[in-house]
Design a protein around this ligand. Structure first.
Ligand code: GLA
Length: 389
């Protein structure tokens, strides 16, 4: 049975009324990794794996949430001051808190959450949850928040309730996705452009390393600090510089001996990734997937060696993919430390790619990596009669 129908049925069983259902997608990012919090560009697209929030209002000031994936429920009073706890509830508490902080009134509600985005796989299940829940409250209580405001609410939730100092890419992508298009987002000005991903002969295929990552408390925040450290050193000679977005390779090289080799490597990766993104967009717009694939491989090498956010399993997957027929490019995707590789694979070779990559990974790591053949879909929306399977 389709997931939305299952959700509606479960909601009726739990709460005895009809909900509004909101779907928010996870995302892929074609190129431009760890550039968002450096005020650079990213190139994400929303995918056909989603978090769903079913919601209906109640008169008393209580929000009751049942998370179907965890079989757990949680109730809080939205009128009270909300503090972080632990676990998945933090996303809901954080979004409610930041909606209130934006001057909006949140009433009582019954909520049911479910989804098919693998958790910890680098596909932004947490951003999708925040987007779905924020969007659902916005609809239910007519709060008048824009998609961009909801994206910032999700990001602030990660910063303040979860402890991950993430950029804006994931929340933005989940809320602004457009079927068949990736989004070139300028993370400084927040201007964005939809670029068609129109390659019928190719698929975007994710391979899950099965190493689940949590960015909270991880090296993710350390990377951000290292980038800021590099900027503060370069700024001594170039006071106009605000972030790595403004730094050219020559400036960085000029200051190589003023910073640790680790900080230099981190900055080197980010500055070159900016260049790769610009070349990558150009290649996509000219239908040149071969060039794009080479850039993906260079991104993986940078993420693995200079930025040091990969892991053995991801390195293996990216390298092995390079030897499989029909693969145009492969790299680790997202924050890192686990999660998926993103691969562009010739449509006719997808089945043999799946078979080969699973077999060789199993041989080495004794676990079968999940493979997701994705479609680029629309961003967060209310689900009416349409049914996703
Ligand atoms: C995570 C973060 C994003 C971004 C990516 C890396 O997904 O949430 O903001 O920094 O990592 O590109």
């Amino acid at each position: 049975m389709a997931i939305v129908e299952r959700l509606r049925k479960k909601f009726r069983e739990l709460y005895g009324q009809e909900p509004i259902v909101v779907a928010a997608p996870g995302r892929v990012n074609l190129i431009g990794e760890h550039t968002d919090y450096n005020e650079g560009f990213v190139l994400p697209g929303a995918v056909d794996k989603r978090m769903y929030v079913a919601i209906a209002a109640v008169s008393e000031p209580a929000i009751t949430i049942y998370a179907n994936q965890f079989k757990e429920s949680f109730t809080f009073n939205p009128e009270e001051s909300l503090q972080p706890v632990s676990g998945w509830m933090n996303y809901l508490l954080g979004v409610t808190h930041h909606i209130k902080a934006a001057g909006k009134t949140v009433g009582g509600a019954q909520v049911l959450i479910d989804g098919d985005i693998p958790v910890g796989a680098g596909m932004s299940s947490s951003a999708a949850l925040c987007s779905a829940y924020g969007f659902a409250l916005n609809e239910l209580f007519n709060l008048g928040l824009s998609r961009m405001e909801l994206a910032f609410i999700g990001q602030k939730t990660e910063h303040t309730f979860v402890g991950v100092k993430c950029g804006i890419m994931d929340q933005f992508a989940s809320l602004h996705g457009k079927k068949g298009h990736v989004m070139k987002l300028d993370c400084r000005s927040l201007e964005y452009e939809y670029i068609p991903f129109d390659f019928p002969d190719h698929k975007i295929v994710l391979v899950n390393s099965m190493v689940t990552h949590s960015l909270a408390g991880s090296e993710y925040n350390v990377r951000r600090q290292q980038c800021e450290e590099g900027v503060s050193i370069i700024r001594k000679s170039y006071p106009a510089i605000k972030s790595l977005r403004d730094v050219k390779l020559e400036m960085l090289q000029q200051h190589q001996h003023d910073m640790s080799s680790v900080v230099f490597d981190r900055c080197w990766y980010v500055v070159t990734e900016e260049e790769r993104l610009i070349s990558g967009c150009d290649a996509l717009q000219h239908g040149d997937l071969d060039t794009f694939g080479k850039l993906m491989i260079a991104t993986h090498n940078g993420l693995s060696k200079q930025y040091a956010v990969s892991c053995t399993q991801l390195d293996f997957l990216a390298e092995r993919a390079g030897f499989i027929e029909g693969v145009v490019g492969s790299r680790m995707m997202g924050g890192g430390f686990g999660g998926c590789t993103i691969n562009i694979v010739h449509t006719e070779m997808v089945d043999s790619f799946r078979e080969k990559i699973q077999k060789s990974f199993e041989g080495l790591f004794k676990v079968t990596p999940e493979v997701y053949v994705t479609q680029i879909e629309d961003g967060t929306h209310v689900v009416n009669s349409e049914v996703f399977s």
